[in-house]
Ligand binder design. Sequence first.
Ligand code: ZN
Length: 164
Amino acid sequence: MATRPVLLWPDPRLSTRCDAIAAIDDDLRRLTADMFDTMYDAPGRGLAAPQVGALVRLFVMDGGWKEGTPSPRVMINPEIIAASEERIEMVEGCLSIPGIETPITRPATVEMRWMDLEGEIHEAKLIGVEARIAQHELDHLDGMVSFDRLPTKTRAQYEKDYAG
Ligand code: ZN
């Protein structure tokens, strides 16, 4: 098991748009394995590559492992191809903003397209907690954290709480 240090907001690498992945090689496979180790160790349900300082479009997630129903996913170059009109508020935590949970409104379900570590393309509709995690992690690949989804006034209060 190899965990990597998780960057804490406001590290500038967390505000950087990440590059698409052109090739799947041993470095990428090692990064992915380390990201799973880091996520489960934290413990968390999702982790994006920039959170461990790798500015590439990759995240790992597992929406059910804490409830004993693991469903690990690796998403390379993920994109949202459709989102539900129904939007719901859910509380989100982030391993890069420890101790802070923010209520964020997002589409309830999303259709995603991504590549796996074998280079295969997948398309699937994600619902529930998986839809939420995928949208949160995809934001990281675009240089956004949960604070960036909050109204200005609310954000100021959460940032103050975070700064302690
Ligand atoms: Zn996060």
